[in-house]
Design a protein around this ligand. Sequence first.
Ligand code: WQD
Length: 320
Amino acid sequence: MTWMLTGGAGYIGAHIVRAFQEIDLPVVVLDDLSAGVRGNVPADVPFVQASVQDRDAVRAAMREHGVTGLLHLAAKKAVGESVERPLLYWDENVGGMVDLLQAAADEGVERVLFSSSAAVYGNPPVELVTEETPTGPLSPYGGTKLVGEQVLRDLAAADPSLRWSALRYFNVAGAGAPALGDRSIANLVPMTFRALSESRNPQLFGDDYDTRDGSCVRDYIHVVDLAAAHAAAAKRLDEGPLGEVYNVGRGEGVTVTEVLSTVRTVTGINFEVDVVPRRAGDPTAYYADPSKIADHLGWTARLDLEAMVRSAWEGWQTQH
Ligand code: WQD
Protein backbone atom coordinates (compact mmCIF):
# COMPACT_ATOMS: atom_id res chain seq x y z
CA MET A 1 0.00 0.00 0.00
CA THR A 2 2.11 2.87 -1.31
CA TRP A 3 0.81 6.45 -1.29
CA MET A 4 1.74 8.90 -4.03
CA LEU A 5 2.00 12.41 -2.58
CA THR A 6 1.76 15.03 -5.30
CA GLY A 7 3.37 18.25 -4.09
CA GLY A 8 5.27 16.26 -1.47
CA ALA A 9 8.36 18.49 -1.88
CA GLY A 10 6.42 21.52 -0.69
CA TYR A 11 6.11 23.04 2.77
CA ILE A 12 3.01 21.08 3.82
CA GLY A 13 3.84 18.03 1.70
CA ALA A 14 7.24 17.62 3.33
CA HIS A 15 5.57 17.40 6.73
CA ILE A 16 2.99 14.91 5.49
CA VAL A 17 5.72 12.66 4.06
CA ARG A 18 7.32 12.52 7.50
CA ALA A 19 3.98 11.89 9.22
CA PHE A 20 3.36 8.94 6.86
CA GLN A 21 6.86 7.59 7.50
CA GLU A 22 6.25 7.75 11.25
CA ILE A 23 3.34 5.31 10.89
CA ASP A 24 5.10 3.18 8.28
CA LEU A 25 2.91 4.17 5.35
CA PRO A 26 5.17 3.84 2.28
CA VAL A 27 5.22 6.94 0.09
CA VAL A 28 6.52 8.16 -3.24
CA VAL A 29 6.69 11.89 -3.96
CA LEU A 30 5.70 13.35 -7.30
CA ASP A 31 6.51 17.03 -7.60
CA ASP A 32 7.46 19.33 -10.51
CA LEU A 33 9.56 21.47 -8.13
CA SER A 34 7.86 24.63 -9.41
CA ALA A 35 7.40 25.57 -5.76
CA GLY A 36 8.69 22.55 -3.86
CA VAL A 37 12.29 21.96 -2.81
CA ARG A 38 14.10 18.72 -3.70
CA GLY A 39 15.90 18.82 -0.36
CA ASN A 40 12.56 18.60 1.44
CA VAL A 41 12.20 14.98 0.31
CA PRO A 42 13.95 12.54 2.66
CA ALA A 43 16.76 10.54 1.01
CA ASP A 44 14.93 7.25 1.59
CA VAL A 45 11.72 8.41 -0.14
CA PRO A 46 11.42 7.75 -3.89
CA PHE A 47 11.05 10.98 -5.84
CA VAL A 48 9.61 11.58 -9.32
CA GLN A 49 10.02 15.01 -10.85
CA ALA A 50 6.95 15.45 -13.01
CA SER A 51 3.82 17.52 -13.40
CA VAL A 52 0.48 16.01 -12.44
CA GLN A 53 -0.57 16.99 -15.96
CA ASP A 54 1.98 14.57 -17.47
CA ARG A 55 -0.26 11.53 -17.50
CA ASP A 56 2.33 9.15 -18.93
CA ALA A 57 4.86 10.08 -16.23
CA VAL A 58 2.23 9.80 -13.50
CA ARG A 59 1.05 6.39 -14.75
CA ALA A 60 4.63 5.11 -15.04
CA ALA A 61 5.39 6.26 -11.50
CA MET A 62 2.21 4.63 -10.19
CA ARG A 63 3.14 1.33 -11.84
CA GLU A 64 6.81 1.46 -10.82
CA HIS A 65 6.04 2.13 -7.17
CA GLY A 66 2.95 -0.03 -6.78
CA VAL A 67 0.86 3.00 -5.87
CA THR A 68 -2.54 2.19 -4.36
CA GLY A 69 -3.34 5.53 -2.73
CA LEU A 70 -3.14 9.12 -3.95
CA LEU A 71 -2.73 12.21 -1.76
CA HIS A 72 -3.15 15.24 -3.97
CA LEU A 73 -1.57 18.41 -2.63
CA ALA A 74 0.10 19.86 -5.72
CA ALA A 75 -1.67 23.11 -6.60
CA LYS A 76 -1.17 26.81 -7.05
CA LYS A 77 -2.19 28.40 -3.76
CA ALA A 78 -1.68 32.16 -3.86
CA VAL A 79 -5.12 33.70 -3.42
CA GLY A 80 -4.12 37.08 -4.87
CA GLU A 81 -2.43 35.53 -7.90
CA SER A 82 -5.52 33.44 -8.56
CA VAL A 83 -7.58 36.63 -8.89
CA GLU A 84 -5.09 38.07 -11.40
CA ARG A 85 -4.56 34.81 -13.33
CA PRO A 86 -7.73 32.69 -13.00
CA LEU A 87 -7.04 30.50 -16.05
CA LEU A 88 -3.68 29.44 -14.62
CA TYR A 89 -5.48 28.28 -11.47
CA TRP A 90 -8.32 26.54 -13.26
CA ASP A 91 -5.83 24.81 -15.55
CA GLU A 92 -3.35 23.67 -12.91
CA ASN A 93 -5.60 23.09 -9.91
CA VAL A 94 -8.62 21.58 -11.69
CA GLY A 95 -7.20 20.51 -15.06
CA GLY A 96 -4.22 19.03 -13.26
CA MET A 97 -6.48 17.20 -10.84
CA VAL A 98 -8.56 15.75 -13.67
CA ASP A 99 -5.40 14.55 -15.46
CA LEU A 100 -4.13 13.01 -12.24
CA LEU A 101 -7.41 11.25 -11.47
CA GLN A 102 -7.57 9.93 -15.03
CA ALA A 103 -4.09 8.42 -14.56
CA ALA A 104 -5.20 6.99 -11.22
CA ALA A 105 -8.26 5.42 -12.84
CA ASP A 106 -6.09 3.99 -15.63
CA GLU A 107 -3.84 2.40 -12.99
CA GLY A 108 -6.60 1.18 -10.69
CA VAL A 109 -5.74 3.56 -7.82
CA GLU A 110 -8.96 3.81 -5.83
CA ARG A 111 -8.06 5.71 -2.65
CA VAL A 112 -7.77 9.48 -2.84
CA LEU A 113 -7.10 12.11 -0.19
CA PHE A 114 -7.53 15.67 -1.38
CA SER A 115 -5.97 18.86 0.00
CA SER A 116 -8.86 21.32 0.09
CA SER A 117 -9.08 24.64 1.87
CA ALA A 118 -11.10 26.78 4.25
CA ALA A 119 -11.03 29.23 1.35
CA VAL A 120 -14.10 27.35 0.05
CA TYR A 121 -16.13 29.16 2.74
CA GLY A 122 -15.31 32.65 1.47
CA ASN A 123 -16.93 35.08 3.89
CA PRO A 124 -19.13 32.67 5.85
CA PRO A 125 -22.38 33.82 7.53
CA VAL A 126 -21.16 32.39 10.85
CA GLU A 127 -17.84 32.61 12.69
CA LEU A 128 -17.78 28.99 13.87
CA VAL A 129 -17.63 27.04 10.62
CA THR A 130 -18.76 23.44 10.27
CA GLU A 131 -18.57 21.31 7.12
CA GLU A 132 -22.26 22.12 6.59
CA THR A 133 -21.65 25.88 6.59
CA PRO A 134 -22.60 27.19 3.15
CA THR A 135 -19.59 27.53 0.86
CA GLY A 136 -18.98 30.61 -1.26
CA PRO A 137 -15.36 30.96 -2.37
CA LEU A 138 -14.27 34.56 -2.97
CA SER A 139 -11.27 33.71 -5.13
CA PRO A 140 -10.53 31.43 -8.07
CA TYR A 141 -8.17 29.58 -5.72
CA GLY A 142 -11.02 28.79 -3.34
CA GLY A 143 -13.23 27.95 -6.31
CA THR A 144 -10.73 25.40 -7.61
CA LYS A 145 -10.68 23.69 -4.23
CA LEU A 146 -14.47 23.48 -4.05
CA VAL A 147 -14.64 22.12 -7.59
CA GLY A 148 -11.93 19.60 -6.74
CA GLU A 149 -14.20 18.20 -4.02
CA GLN A 150 -17.07 18.02 -6.53
CA VAL A 151 -14.91 16.18 -9.06
CA LEU A 152 -14.28 13.49 -6.44
CA ARG A 153 -17.97 13.34 -5.53
CA ASP A 154 -18.91 12.84 -9.17
CA LEU A 155 -16.18 10.25 -9.69
CA ALA A 156 -17.32 8.24 -6.67
CA ALA A 157 -20.90 8.33 -7.92
CA ALA A 158 -19.72 6.78 -11.19
CA ASP A 159 -17.27 4.36 -9.56
CA PRO A 160 -18.44 3.16 -6.11
CA SER A 161 -15.10 1.47 -5.49
CA LEU A 162 -13.43 4.91 -5.20
CA ARG A 163 -12.72 5.78 -1.54
CA TRP A 164 -11.98 9.47 -0.94
CA SER A 165 -11.95 12.25 1.62
CA ALA A 166 -10.95 15.91 1.51
CA LEU A 167 -9.30 18.04 4.20
CA ARG A 168 -10.20 21.75 4.35
CA TYR A 169 -7.08 23.46 5.74
CA PHE A 170 -7.45 26.56 7.84
CA ASN A 171 -4.45 28.86 8.40
CA VAL A 172 -1.28 26.80 8.45
CA ALA A 173 1.89 27.95 10.23
CA GLY A 174 4.95 26.58 11.98
CA ALA A 175 7.61 24.04 11.07
CA GLY A 176 8.38 20.50 12.18
CA ALA A 177 12.08 21.27 11.83
CA PRO A 178 13.86 24.55 11.03
CA ALA A 179 14.80 23.37 7.53
CA LEU A 180 11.14 22.66 6.72
CA GLY A 181 9.85 26.17 7.38
CA ASP A 182 7.45 27.77 4.91
CA ARG A 183 9.59 29.30 2.13
CA SER A 184 6.67 31.14 0.50
CA ILE A 185 6.14 34.57 2.04
CA ALA A 186 2.44 34.68 1.34
CA ASN A 187 0.84 34.56 4.79
CA LEU A 188 0.73 36.57 8.00
CA VAL A 189 3.56 34.94 9.95
CA PRO A 190 6.28 34.86 7.23
CA MET A 191 5.20 38.32 6.01
CA THR A 192 5.69 39.63 9.55
CA PHE A 193 9.10 37.98 9.80
CA ARG A 194 10.16 39.50 6.48
CA ALA A 195 9.16 42.98 7.69
CA LEU A 196 11.21 42.50 10.87
CA SER A 197 14.18 41.18 8.89
CA GLU A 198 14.06 44.27 6.71
CA SER A 199 13.75 46.56 9.77
CA ARG A 200 10.23 47.55 8.73
CA ASN A 201 7.13 47.58 10.91
CA PRO A 202 4.81 44.65 10.24
CA GLN A 203 1.53 45.74 8.69
CA LEU A 204 -1.94 45.19 10.11
CA PHE A 205 -4.49 45.08 7.29
CA GLY A 206 -7.26 46.94 9.08
CA ASP A 207 -8.01 47.36 12.79
CA ASP A 208 -11.63 48.45 12.45
CA TYR A 209 -13.30 45.07 12.08
CA ASP A 210 -16.15 44.06 14.38
CA THR A 211 -13.98 41.75 16.51
CA ARG A 212 -12.63 41.79 20.07
CA ASP A 213 -9.63 43.91 19.12
CA GLY A 214 -10.62 45.18 15.67
CA SER A 215 -8.39 42.79 13.71
CA CYS A 216 -9.49 39.73 11.74
CA VAL A 217 -10.02 36.35 13.39
CA ARG A 218 -8.63 33.14 11.91
CA ASP A 219 -7.99 29.54 12.97
CA TYR A 220 -4.23 28.84 12.98
CA ILE A 221 -3.04 25.26 12.86
CA HIS A 222 0.48 23.88 13.20
CA VAL A 223 1.71 22.20 10.02
CA VAL A 224 2.76 19.18 12.12
CA ASP A 225 -0.81 18.79 13.37
CA LEU A 226 -2.09 19.23 9.82
CA ALA A 227 0.25 16.49 8.62
CA ALA A 228 -0.97 14.18 11.38
CA ALA A 229 -4.54 14.78 10.20
CA HIS A 230 -3.56 13.41 6.78
CA ALA A 231 -2.00 10.32 8.35
CA ALA A 232 -5.18 9.75 10.34
CA ALA A 233 -7.30 10.19 7.20
CA ALA A 234 -5.11 7.80 5.21
CA LYS A 235 -5.27 5.14 7.92
CA ARG A 236 -9.06 5.33 8.07
CA LEU A 237 -9.69 5.52 4.35
CA ASP A 238 -9.78 1.72 3.99
CA GLU A 239 -12.45 1.05 6.53
CA GLY A 240 -13.74 4.39 7.76
CA PRO A 241 -16.34 6.81 6.43
CA LEU A 242 -15.80 7.76 2.82
CA GLY A 243 -16.72 10.69 0.62
CA GLU A 244 -16.36 13.11 3.54
CA VAL A 245 -14.87 16.60 3.81
CA TYR A 246 -13.23 17.62 7.09
CA ASN A 247 -12.35 20.98 8.58
CA VAL A 248 -8.80 20.88 9.83
CA GLY A 249 -8.26 23.58 12.42
CA ARG A 250 -7.76 23.96 16.16
CA GLY A 251 -11.29 25.22 16.77
CA GLU A 252 -10.02 28.47 18.30
CA GLY A 253 -10.35 31.92 16.76
CA VAL A 254 -7.23 34.07 17.10
CA THR A 255 -6.94 37.71 16.00
CA VAL A 256 -4.12 39.11 13.88
CA THR A 257 -3.13 41.36 16.78
CA GLU A 258 -2.84 38.29 19.04
CA VAL A 259 -0.59 36.61 16.47
CA LEU A 260 1.58 39.74 16.27
CA SER A 261 1.79 39.83 20.06
CA THR A 262 2.99 36.22 20.04
CA VAL A 263 5.61 37.20 17.46
CA ARG A 264 6.88 39.87 19.89
CA THR A 265 7.10 37.27 22.67
CA VAL A 266 8.88 34.69 20.53
CA THR A 267 11.31 37.02 18.75
CA GLY A 268 11.93 39.35 21.68
CA ILE A 269 11.48 42.26 19.25
CA ASN A 270 9.09 44.83 20.67
CA PHE A 271 8.06 46.15 17.27
CA GLU A 272 5.40 48.71 16.37
CA VAL A 273 2.69 47.82 13.86
CA ASP A 274 1.69 49.95 10.87
CA VAL A 275 -2.09 49.87 10.56
CA VAL A 276 -2.95 50.04 6.84
CA PRO A 277 -6.30 49.83 5.00
CA ARG A 278 -8.20 46.55 4.97
CA ARG A 279 -7.19 43.99 2.32
CA ALA A 280 -9.99 43.36 -0.21
CA GLY A 281 -11.71 40.03 0.24
CA ASP A 282 -10.62 39.40 3.82
CA PRO A 283 -13.41 37.76 5.82
CA THR A 284 -13.84 39.43 9.24
CA ALA A 285 -13.80 36.33 11.39
CA TYR A 286 -14.06 32.59 11.00
CA TYR A 287 -12.63 29.52 12.64
CA ALA A 288 -13.18 25.79 12.42
CA ASP A 289 -15.50 23.49 14.29
CA PRO A 290 -13.17 20.45 14.16
CA SER A 291 -15.54 18.03 15.86
CA LYS A 292 -16.29 15.99 12.73
CA ILE A 293 -12.65 14.98 12.10
CA ALA A 294 -12.27 14.23 15.81
CA ASP A 295 -15.36 11.98 15.76
CA HIS A 296 -14.57 10.24 12.45
CA LEU A 297 -10.80 10.01 12.52
CA GLY A 298 -9.83 10.51 16.15
CA TRP A 299 -7.64 13.51 15.30
CA THR A 300 -7.32 16.73 17.28
CA ALA A 301 -4.69 19.46 17.09
CA ARG A 302 -2.11 19.38 19.87
CA LEU A 303 0.22 22.35 19.27
CA ASP A 304 -0.65 25.91 20.22
CA LEU A 305 -0.06 29.30 18.63
CA GLU A 306 3.22 29.93 20.44
CA ALA A 307 4.58 26.60 19.21
CA MET A 308 3.64 27.60 15.66
CA VAL A 309 5.27 31.02 15.87
CA ARG A 310 8.35 29.76 17.72
CA SER A 311 9.02 26.95 15.22
CA ALA A 312 8.29 29.25 12.29
CA TRP A 313 10.78 31.81 13.65
CA GLU A 314 13.47 29.12 14.06
CA GLY A 315 12.79 28.08 10.46
CA TRP A 316 12.94 31.66 9.25
CA GLN A 317 16.28 32.27 10.99
CA THR A 318 17.68 29.07 9.52
CA GLN A 319 16.61 29.98 5.99
CA HIS A 320 17.41 33.72 6.06
C1 WQD B 1 -4.42 36.14 7.71
C2 WQD B 1 -4.88 37.44 8.35
C3 WQD B 1 -4.93 39.33 6.87
C4 WQD B 1 -0.55 39.61 6.39
C5 WQD B 1 -5.03 31.73 4.20
C6 WQD B 1 -4.54 31.24 2.89
C7 WQD B 1 -5.62 30.47 2.17
C8 WQD B 1 -6.20 29.40 3.07
C9 WQD B 1 -6.71 30.03 4.36
C10 WQD B 1 -5.05 27.30 2.60
C11 WQD B 1 -5.81 38.25 7.44
C12 WQD B 1 -3.91 39.54 8.00
C13 WQD B 1 -1.83 39.22 6.75
C14 WQD B 1 -0.04 40.84 6.88
C15 WQD B 1 -2.11 41.20 8.04
N1 WQD B 1 -5.25 28.39 3.38
N2 WQD B 1 -2.59 40.00 7.56
N3 WQD B 1 -0.85 41.60 7.69
O1 WQD B 1 -6.04 35.29 3.97
O2 WQD B 1 -6.64 34.05 6.08
O3 WQD B 1 -5.94 32.80 4.02
O4 WQD B 1 -5.58 30.70 4.95
O5 WQD B 1 -5.64 26.95 1.65
O6 WQD B 1 -5.01 29.88 1.05
O7 WQD B 1 -4.15 32.34 2.13
O8 WQD B 1 -4.26 34.15 5.35
O9 WQD B 1 -2.09 34.79 6.27
O10 WQD B 1 -2.93 35.98 4.19
O11 WQD B 1 -3.99 36.47 6.38
O12 WQD B 1 -2.81 41.92 8.78
O13 WQD B 1 1.12 41.28 6.60
O14 WQD B 1 -3.73 38.28 8.58
O15 WQD B 1 -5.65 40.51 6.61
O16 WQD B 1 -6.81 38.84 8.24
P1 WQD B 1 -5.80 34.16 4.88
P2 WQD B 1 -3.23 35.36 5.49
